[in-house]
Design a protein around this ligand. Structure first.
Ligand code: C2E
Ligand code: MG
Ligand code: MG
Ligand code: MG
Length: 284
C-alpha cells in the first residue's frame, strides 16, 4: 500500500517537474522570439506630487504573446535574468524609453516629466551598461537629466565598490538613481547610504496597510525620515487610497505612484492622463 502510493507520488512529482521544465523551455524560446517579433511594449504609470500634479512616469514592460495573450513581468523577468535574455530586453527598454523622452522634450505638456526605467542587477553588471545608455542618449537626443534608473538593493550585495563607481559615472552624466522596492531586499544600510542615490522608493508592501497598521506606519515614517535626512527624494509606490496618500503626506512624503492616480497604460493614454491632470490641478 505505502509502496504503491509512494510510487504514485513520485510519478505525480515527476510529471509536475516535467511540465515545469516544458514551461520554462517554452517560455525561454518564446521570450527569445518576443524580442525579434516585436511583442514587447512599454506601458507608462503616472507619478504625481502632493498637489496631484504629474511629475513623471515609470516605464513598465508588457509582453503580449499572439497565442497566450498578456504575460506579466513577474512571470518572465526572473527567467530573463537567469538566461541572460534580460540584456537584449533591457537594451530594448532603454532605447524605447530614450526615444519616448526625446519625443516628450518636444511637447509642452510632457517636457518636464521624468521617466523611470527598471534596471535589473544583471543588466547593470554588464561591462557595456554605461556606454549603452550614453549611446542611446546621443542617438535619440533624450535629456539625460529626465532619465531615472531604478535599481534594487541587490546591487549592494555584489561588488559594492564597482557598483558605486558605475553609479557615480551615471550621476556625473546627469541621470537620477532611484532605489526601488526599498526595504524588501537584504542589504546593509551602511552600503546603501554610500551609494550615490537620488531617490528612495517605498515598496508597496509597506504602503498596503497604511494607516491602520502601526508597524507599517513606523516603517514608512522611518524610511521617509531617513531619506530626507540623507537628502534623497522619497516616493511611495502602490498607493491606492486617499487615506494612504494623506498619511504619507503628513509624514513628509510628497511623491506618489499607484492605482489611485493611474494604472500603467499605453503611451497615448498616458499623455491624455497627464493633460487631464494638469488641467484639473490648474482648475483648483
Ligand atoms: P516595480 O518596478 O516595483 O513596479 C511596480 C509594480 O507595481 C508594477 O507591476 C505596477 O504595475 C504595480 N503597481 C503600481 N501601482 C500599483 C497599485 O496601486 N496597486 C497594485 N496592485 N499594483 C501597483 P508590473 O508592471 O507587473 O511589474 C512588476 C515588476 O516587474 C516591476 O516591479 C519590476 O521589478 C519588473 N519590471 C517591469 N518592467 C521591467 C523592465 O522593463 N525591466 C526590468 N528589469 N524589470 C521590469
Ligand atoms: Mg520599478
Ligand atoms: Mg517597485
Ligand atoms: Mg515593487
Amino acid at each position: 500500500q505505502s509502496k504503491r502510493s509512494g510510487r504514485n507520488t513520485a510519478r505525480v512529482f515527476e510529471h509536475e517537474m516535467q511540465s515545469e521544465l516544458d514551461d520554462r523551455n517554452w517560455l525561454e524560446k518564446a521570450l527569445h522570439d518576443a524580442i525579434r517579433d516585436h511583442q514587447l511594449t512599454l506601458h507608462y504609470q503616472i507619478q504625481v506630487d502632493a498637489e496631484d500634479r504629474p511629475i513623471g512616469a515609470e516605464a513598465l514592460l508588457r509582453w503580449f504573446h499572439p497565442d497566450r495573450g498578456a504575460i506579466p513581468p513577474a512571470a518572465f523577468i526572473p527567467l530573463a535574468e537567469e538566461t541572460g535574455l534580460i540584456e537584449p530586453i533591457g537594451r530594448w527598454v532603454l532605447a524605447t524609453a530614450c526615444r519616448q523622452l526625446a519625443a516628450w522634450a518636444r511637447q509642452d505638456a510632457m517636457r518636464g516629466l521624468t521617466l523611470a526605467v527598471n534596471i535589473s542587477a544583471r543588466q547593470f553588471e554588464s561591462d557595456s551598461f554605461v556606454d549603452d545608455i550614453l549611446a542611446e542618449i546621443r542617438r535619440t537626443g533624450a535629456p539625460a537629466d529626465k532619465l531615472k534608473l531604478e535599481v534594487t538593493e541587490s546591487l549592494a550585495i555584489g561588488d559594492v565598490q564597482s557598483s558605486s563607481r558605475k553609479l557615480h559615472t551615471l550621476r556625473d552624466h546627469g541621470f537620477s538613481i532611484s532605489l526601488d522596492d526599498f526595504g524588501t531586499g537584504n542589504s546593509s544600510l551602511n552600503y546603501l547610504t554610500k551609494l550615490p542615490l537620488t531617490q528612495l522608493k517605498i515598496d508597496k508592501s509597506f504602503v498596503d496597510e497604511l494607516p491602520a497598521s502601526h508597524r507599517d506606519a513606523m516603517v514608512a515614517q522611518t524610511i521617509i525620515n531617513m531619506g530626507r535626512g540623507l537628502g534623497l527624494d522619497v516616493i511611495a509606490e502602490g498607493v491606492e487610497t486617499t487615506a494612504q496618500r494623506d498619511f504619507l503626506v503628513a509624514q513628509g512624503c510628497y511623491s506618489f505612484q499607484g492605482y489611485l492616480f493611474g494604472k500603467p497604460v499605453p503611451v497615448g493614454e498616458f499623455e491624455a492622463q497627464v493633460r487631464a491632470a494638469v488641467m484639473a490641478a490648474e482648475a483648483q
